[in-house]
Design a protein around this ligand. Structure first.
Ligand code: HEM
Length: 406
C-alpha cells in the first residue's frame, strides 16, 4: 500500500489521508469558534469552512469549481470519471439538466411506491425466519427496484451481486486496502456491463426510461461516449441504493428513541423524522471544491485554486444552527421552513443550477415510505453491537442492524 500511496497524485493523498473520520473538521473549526480555518494538506494551502453563511458562499455562482477537486480514488469508486459531479460551467449545466429532467419531475412518487411495495414483499419472507441484516436486505430491495425504474432489464441471478456492487462503491470510496479494492472492482464491473447495455439501447427507438434518456442524450449534438453514459446511469442507481444507510440508521434511532415509533403513522412527523435522520447521522463528512478566483470570507483569504472543504457533518452538529445538536429530536423540523443552506446532507442551494443533489426528493420520498413501514413492522433486535464508529467513513451501524421479524 505504501508504494501505491506514493504513486498517487498529491491531491489524492491530500484528501484521503486525513479522512480519519467525522470529527476531523469539526475539531479544527471548534478552535476558531466556527470561523473558516486555513489548513495545510500535505503542504498545500486549503480552507475548511461551515455554517449556513459559509455554505451559501460555497455555492455562490463563480466562487468555486469542481474539476480537480475530487481525488482520483474517489472518482474511480464513488462517482466515475467524467461524472456530472466534476463538471463546471456550461458542461455542468447541460449534463445537470438531464438529471433534473429525470429525477425532479413526475415519477418520484411512483418509484417510492415501488420501493415500498418491494420492501413489504421482502419483509413477508423474513417473518418467522432467522435474523436478517436490514442493511443488506434493504440494499437489495432498493437496487433491484431502482434498476427496474430506470429501465435496466432484470437478471434474477444478478440481483444480489448488483446490490453488493452499488454498496461497495460507496463503502470503499475513501478507504484503503481491501474495501477500496472491492469498490474499484465493483465500479469496473458495473461500468462495463452498463456501457454494453447503453450501446444496445442506442440501436433501438427511444423509450420513456432513464436508461434510454441517458443513452440518447446529446450535448453540442454529440452522444456521450458509452462509458460516460454508464457512469451517469450508475449515478442514479448507486446513490439511490445508498439510501440504505439511512434506513439502517432509522432502525438504530427507533431502538434508541422508541417513543418516535408510534408517531411515524403521521406523515408530517415521518417527514420530520427523515430530516432529523439526515441531519443527525453521519454520512457525507464534507464537500470539496477549488476556489475559482481569489476569495475572502470572514477575515480569511482563499487563494485561487485552493482546496476548500465544506464541513457538512460539523454544520449539522453546530449548536449555533441546531440547538442541542446531539439530541435526536424530529420535532425540530415540525412547522419549520428549512433554509437552502441549513440542512445540507445532499449539498446546498438550488439543485437545478448548482451541484446540489438532484436526488434529494427521491431520497426523502424513499425514506418516508421505508421508515413508515419500519415503524409498522413487528420485529425486535437480538443482542448485537449497535455502535457506530465515527472514525469509519462512511459510518455504519456495526451489526447491520440484524432484525428478527415476527
Ligand atoms: C450530488 C448526497 C441520493 C444523484 C450529491 C452531493 C451530495 C449528495 C452531498 C454533492 C453536492 C455537491 O457537490 O455540491 C446524497 C445523499 C443521498 C443521495 C446523502 C442519499 C443517501 C441521491 C439519489 C440520486 C442522487 C437518490 C439519484 C437518484 C446525485 C447526482 C449528483 C448528486 C447525479 C451530482 C449533482 C451535480 O454535481 O450537479 N448527492 N445523494 N443522489 N447526487 Fe446525491
Amino acid at each position: 500500500p505504501e508504494g501505491i500511496r506514493k504513486a498517487m497524485p498529491l491531491l489524492d493523498q491530500a484528501l484521503t489521508a486525513p479522512i480519519k473520520g467525522y470529527a476531523w473538521l469539526p475539531d479544527l473549526r471548534r478552535r476558531t469558534h466556527g470561523r473558516p480555518v486555513p489548513i495545510r494538506l500535505l503542504g498545500l494551502p486549503a480552507v475548511a469552512l461551515g455554517g449556513p453563511a459559509a455554505a451559501q458562499f460555497f455555492y455562490e455562482k463563480g466562487n468555486f469549481e469542481r474539476h480537480g477537486a475530487i481525488p482520483g480514488p474517489v472518482l474511480d469508486t464513488l462517482f466515475g470519471r467524467g461524472a456530472v459531479h466534476t463538471l463546471d460551467g456550461q458542461a455542468h449545466e447541460a449534463r445537470k439538466a438531464l438529471f433534473v429532467a429525470l429525477l425532479m419531475q413526475d415519477g418520484v412518487d411512483i418509484l417510492a411506491k415501488m420501493v415500498g411495495e418491494a420492501f413489504d414483499e421482502a419483509a413477508d419472507g423474513w417473518r418467522g425466519g432467522p435474523p436478517v441484516s436490514l442493511f443488506d436486505a434493504t440494499a437489495e430491495v432498493i437496487a433491484t427496484t431502482v434498476a427496474r425504474w430506470v429501465g435496466v432489464p432484470e437478471n434474477e441471478s444478478d440481483r444480489i451481486a448488483q446490490a453488493r456492487d452499488m454498496i461497495a462503491m460507496v463503502d470503499g470510496s475513501v478507504a484503503l486496502g481491501p474495501r477500496h479494492a472491492r469498490a474499484r472492482l465493483a465500479r469496473r464491473r458495473q461500468e462495463r456491463r452498463l456501457a454494453e447495455l447503453i450501446e444496445a439501447v442506442r440501436r433501438e427507438e427511444p423509450l420513456p426510461s432513464a436508461l434510454s434518456a441517458i443513452a440518447h442524450h446529446t450535448a453540442d449534438g454529440c452522444l456521450l461516449d458509452a462509458r460516460t453514459a454508464a457512469v451517469e446511469l450508475l449515478n442514479i442507481i448507486r446513490p439511490a441504493t445508498a439510501v440504505t444507510w439511512f434506513v439502517a440508521f432509522a432502525a438504530h434511532a427507533l431502538e434508541r428513541w422508541p417513543g418516535n415509533r408510534a408517531r411515524l403513522t403521521d406523515d408530517d412527523f415521518a417527514l420530520a423524522f427523515v430530516h432529523e435522520l439526515r441531519r443527525f447521522y453521519p454520512f457525507v463528512p464534507f464537500l470539496a471544491a477549488r476556489a475559482a478566483r481569489d476569495l475572502h470570507i470572514q477575515r480569511v483569504d482563499i487563494r485561487r485554486g485552493a482546496l476548500t472543504l465544506l464541513d457538512v457533518y460539523g454544520q449539522h452538529h453546530d449548536a449555533r444552527v441546531w440547538p442541542e445538536p446531539y439530541e435526536f429530536r424530529p420535532e425540530r423540523f415540525l412547522r419549520r421552513q428549512i433554509g437552502e443552506f441549513e440542512l445540507i446532507p445532499q449539498g446546498g442551494g438550488d439543485p437545478r443550477t448548482g451541484h446540489r443533489c438532484p436526488g434529494e426528493n427521491i431520497t426523502v420520498a424513499l425514506l418516508g415510505e421505508l421508515v413508515q413501514r419500519l415503524g409498522r413492522l413487528e420485529y425486535y433486535l437480538p443482542a448485537q453491537d449497535l455502535s457506530i464508529d465515527l472514525g469509519r467513513v462512511p459510518a455504519r451501524v456495526r451489526s447491520g442492524p440484524l432484525i428478527v421479524v415476527g
